[in-house]
Ligand binder design. Structure first.
Ligand code: SF4
Length: 281
């Protein structure tokens, strides 16, 4: 059905050909693509889940310098991992990466379902690791892929489910290059606001060409974003050493600190002993 929907039934290869040609000329040269391997791919994908590439680049180099192998990561205390995560935010990802390393200090599972069952790894990350690290021909969709495939085929951003179906329908043999190309097109040309349709290799096929609204909706409520920021500030202050809740509250200047310390403790991102809050040993 999707192939019929796809621009009036053009063959599946129609999008892959210009996209992969464009990728050869204009794809991004990213370190986790150059020197892959399952561990590096996993670290990069966990970091990229909620953080822009520009902020991930220095953090990725620093993190791998400190923990070059999953065994090195597994041996480290969680507190050290959280310190090395500095600048990335969403600290649960560091905790989950550490848990994965302790579960699999020698090698990651290859199977997409086994990857999907790992802490902090959802369908997207499992598919990306299976594809980029192990060469599996598996469909998956992040925000960029949803936007590009959705706009080309449906004339709007696709839901994850729709995008995975379209991806499965159109994916050529080289799944890794295809997915990298879709991601790069979404990051550099098919932007959420003001896409550069005149420079797009998919323009001739695209149902949304020239029709994207100028204002995309915001994805986070201010309240959720603010809670997250205060949690990040708490972990950031604790990177320098233990504090009491009262000191944390004063230095951060936010009355939500005690509640959010409780939440961080429940997430095992901080510990409490002798009246002090600290990063886990
Ligand atoms: S033509 Fe425009 S809307 Fe369509 S994929 Fe390219 S950049 Fe995106």
């Amino acid at each position: 059905m999707l192939r019929r929907v796809y621009n009036g039934g053009r063959p599946a290869g129609t999008l892959a050909d210009p996209l992969l040609r464009w990728f050869r000329r204009s794809g991004r040269d990213l370190p986790w693509r150059r020197a892959g391997g399952p561990y590096r791919v996993l670290v990069s994908e966990m970091m990229l889940q909620q953080t822009q590439v520009e902020r991930v680049l220095p953090a990725y180099a620093r993190f791998l310098g400190r923990f070059p192998t999953p065994a090195a990561l597994a041996r480290a205390p969680l507190g050290d991992v959280l310190r090395a995560w500095d600048g990335l935010g969403y600290n649960r990802r560091a905790r989950d990466l550490h848990r994965i390393a302790r579960l699999h200090p020698r090698r990651l599972p290859r199977d997409v379902d086994a990857l999907d069952a790992l802490p902090g790894v959802g369908a997207y990350t499992a598919g990306a690791v299976a594809c980029f690290a192990f060469g599996a021909r598996v469909a998956f969709a992040d925000t960029n892929i949803r936007r590009v495939l959705g706009r080309v085929v449906l004339g709007r951003t696709a839901t994850e489910r729709e995008a995975v179906s379209i991806d499965a329908s159109l994916m050529p043999r080289d799944a890794a290059r295809w997915h990298h190309a879709l991601m790069d097109l979404g990051a550099t040309i098919c932007l959420a606001r003001a896409p550069r349709c005149a420079a797009c290799p998919a323009a001739a096929l695209c149902r949304a060409r020239g029709r994207v609204p100028a204002h995309a909706p915001r994805r986070q409520t201010p309240f959720a974003s603010s809670d997250r920021r205060v949690r990040g500030r708490i972990v950031s202050v604790l990177r320098a050493g233990p504090r009491t809740v009262a000191t944390l509250t004063r230095s951060i200047g936010d009355r939500r600190v005690p509640r959010l310390v409780d939440a961080l403790e429940a997430d095992e991102l901080v510990e409490r002993s002798r009246g002090l809050v600290r990063l886990p040993a």
